[in-house]
Ligand binder design. Structure first.
Ligand code: PRX
Length: 646
């Protein structure tokens, strides 16, 4: 709300920023009035091309089609590594901070170049070539970044699967991608606990005939099974590999990677990003949103298994020749000061995290923060979910000592790069608002009938014109791309989010308006969780909704109907939670399971989730109209049994 307190750009920040308000306004206007000229200038400045493009943009949202910089040739790995060598060979590219505080590595651009070149040759030696899909299932170790860049170097399409996903979830993604190789580690370590990655990979790979190679990085030296035909140690492969690997010059529109993400229906979709547009916009936004300047130490706490890790640990920062910090652990191990100790140890200047982490740390009190120095910090950022004003204030006051602007960045796996966020030297902040659009981004608001809304109001958030890093297709299913993003409002990209635009033109993201949950910043489809629950022999039907959760943002509330003769028990609750863990991963485990005598359905059999959300939220006074239900009595039964839920 505009009457709420605003936070002007601190004077000290204004003096050294890359971009002031006037320049932002001018650039933004040009990017809307003449996008092709704007993006051509940026593409010249920020990327190195082997062959220049012929056409800047060519797109049609009615067909869900977008292409940028066609005719151009480049290589993403070359742009992130090789081209920096003349000036930055001895500069640290990646600071790796291990799970234990005494473990760290500094990898220079020269070392990165050598590792990635050998890794690329190791993949080639196993027959991996341009266009092949390679799945990466790794802990947060530098080899995860090497693996991504090695794929990019030879034109193979990587698909990183978050290390917290289960073997089943991994298998689904490998099969959907038709991958020929998997890159993993023996085990991962997080918060002092071991994650059995290779054992999970073994399970996933049984039945995945397309995978002929499994490259294994030794992280812990723990006991693992081995398949001589398929498995190869990373260190052995690298020792044999040639040190020189010419980058493969790919077309601008050749895919760089796919990344699976959840939607309202069906299994996760493989979001396809292509090379030039993605790299350009991730580099541009990294530079200006984080005000990244030479010598800055930059830390994004995400996992490389998510889009944030792709764009803002690996591609954006490295394309800009930055020093990017990669942390293997969790914010509370060995104790709740860990993040701030890492900030002090490495003199981190820019820190980018998720509201859920801020809320979790806020819950531990101020002392773990205030006992650290943090004077190196100049800028803070958030991503992944709306930030509540209380968490924003704490982050600003306690962590940033009212010195550091906070960039609240709204974007999605599908957008590839930050879409709405303040440029910290240009835009005054309002806690909870992602503020103003990035260059080239034209947000809009729609009413339920598909009419575009003007002025200060709320509605469904759409984007009105293509941007370089937008999703190109859903892997193997272009129709699904059209149905999901371009059908609700023909001619517009539909984000799935609701938003409000205030009197100052500031954007406030209110959260998903579809059946997608945001649990601790992790995106989950209710349909996926329901499919897992109904695999249990005692369950006939399941409906999952989100409810407000103090730390996670949203918690998972599962209504389950029992098969005739089955009984609800603590044992069954445990079995159901284990089942979801096995099918998807621990992040999808329901917080609450409600044995429902029946589910509220319309006469045509559609479950009325609106009512289920109200019951989950305990907002029983505002259930709304229940007269269209096939059996309105179901609602009373649900209210009665609510107290008994697990
Ligand atoms: O609902 C929005 C929320 O996260 C969704 C995208 O999730 P994912 O594709 O996993 O990407 C997360 C990291 C980019 C969005 O549809 N979201 C993301 N950032 C914000 C946000 N909601 C509010 N404020 C944000 N800054």
């Amino acid at each position: 709300m505009s009457e709420q307190k605003t936070y002007p750009v601190p004077e000290a920040f204004k003096r050294q920023t890359l971009m002031d308000r006037q320049t932002y306004d001018r650039w933004y206007q040009q990017s809307i009035d003449d996008p092709d000229t704007f993006w051509a200038e940026r593409a010249d400045q920020l990327l190195d091309w082997q062959t220049r493009w012929d056409t800047v943009s060519d797109w049609d949202f009615k067909e869900g089609r977008a292409a940028w910089f066609q005719g151009g040739k480049l290589n993403a790995c070359y742009n992130c590594v090789d081209r920096h060598l003349p000036e930055r060979a001895q500069q640290t590219a990646i600071i790796w901070e291990g799970d234990e505080p005494d473990q760290e590595k500094h990898i220079t651009y020269q070392e990165l170049f050598e590792q990635v070149s050998r890794f690329a040759n190791a993949l080639k030696d196993r027959g991996v070539k341009k266009g092949d899909r390679v799945v990466i299932y790794m802990p947060m170790i530098p080899e995860a970044a090497y693996a991504m860049l090695a794929c990019a170097r030879i034109g193979a399409i990587h698909s990183v699967v978050f290390g917290g996903f289960s073997p089943e979830a991994l298998k689904d993604r490998i099969q959907n991608a038709g991958a020929c190789a998997l890159i993993t580690a023996d085990e991962g370590v997080r918060g002092g606990k071991v994650v059995a990655l290779k054992a999970n990979a073994d399970k996933a790979l049984s039945g995945c005939d397309s995978v002929h190679t499994c490259l294994v990085v030794e992280r812990t030296g723990g006991d693992i099974d081995w398949d001589d035909q398929r498995d190869i140690w990373y260190h052995d492969a690298l020792a044999k590999a040639d040190a020189n690997c010419e980058p493969e010059w790919v077309d601008s529109e050749d895919p760089l990677f796919t990344l699976y993400t959840s939607g309202s229906t069906g299994k996760p979709k493989g979001v396809v990003h292509t090379t030039a547009g993605y790299l350009l916009q991730s580099a541009l936004t990294h530079k200006y949103v984080f005000d990244y300047q030479d010598g800055d130490i930059y830390w994004c706490t995400a996992d490389v298994g998510w889009i944030t890790g792709h764009s803002y640990i690996v591609y954006g920062p490295l394309a800009n020749g930055a020093t990017t910090l990669m942390f293997e652990g969790v914010p509370t191990y060995p104790d709740a000061s860990r993040h701030w100790q890492v900030v002090d140890k490495h003199k981190v200047n820019i820190y980018y995290t998720a509201p859920t982490a801020i809320r979790a740390l806020m819950g531990q009190g101020d002392e773990p923060v205030t006992k650290t120095d943090r004077s190196s910090l100049k800028l803070l950022g958030t991503v992944g979910e709306p930030i509540n004003p209380e968490a924003w204030q704490w982050y600003h006051k306690v962590v940033g000592e009212e010195r550091c602007p906070i960039v609240d960045t709204w974007w999605q796996t599908e957008t590839g790069a930050i879409m709405i966020a303040p440029l910290p030297g240009a835009v005054d902040l309002k806690p909870g608002s992602a503020t103003l659009p990035m260059f080239g981004v034209q947000p809009g608001l729609m009413d339920p009938d598909g009419k575009e809304l003007e002025g200060a109001t709320s509605g469904n958030l759409v984007i009105k014109a293509s941007w370089p890093s937008q999703i190109r297709t859903v892997y193997g299913d272009h129709q699904r791309m059209i149905d999901t993003y371009f059908s609700a409002y023909p001619g517009y990209y539909f984000t799935g989010d609701g938003a409000r635009r205030d009197e100052d033109g500031y954007w406030w993201i209110t959260g998903r308006v579809d059946d997608v949950l945001n649990v601790s910043g992790h995106r989950l489809g209710t349909a996926e969780i329901e499919s897992a629950l109904v695999l249990h022999k005692s369950i006939s039907e399941a409906a999952v909704v989100g409810y407000q959760h103090d730390v996670k943002g949203q918690g998972i509330y599962a209504y389950v109907s029992l098969m005739r003769g089955a009984e609800g028990s603590d044992e069954l609750i445990k079995e159901l939670r284990d089942l979801v863990t096995q099918e998807i991963g621990p992040i999808a485990k329901p917080d609450l399971i409600h044995f429902a005598p029946g589910l509220p359905k319309t006469r045509s059999g559609k479950i009325m989730r609106r009512i289920l959300r109200k019951i989950a939220a305990d907002e029983l006074d505002s259930l709304g109209d229940t007269s269209t239900l096939a059996d309105p009595g179901v609602v009373d039964e649900l209210i009665k049994t609510r107290k008994n839920n697990g």
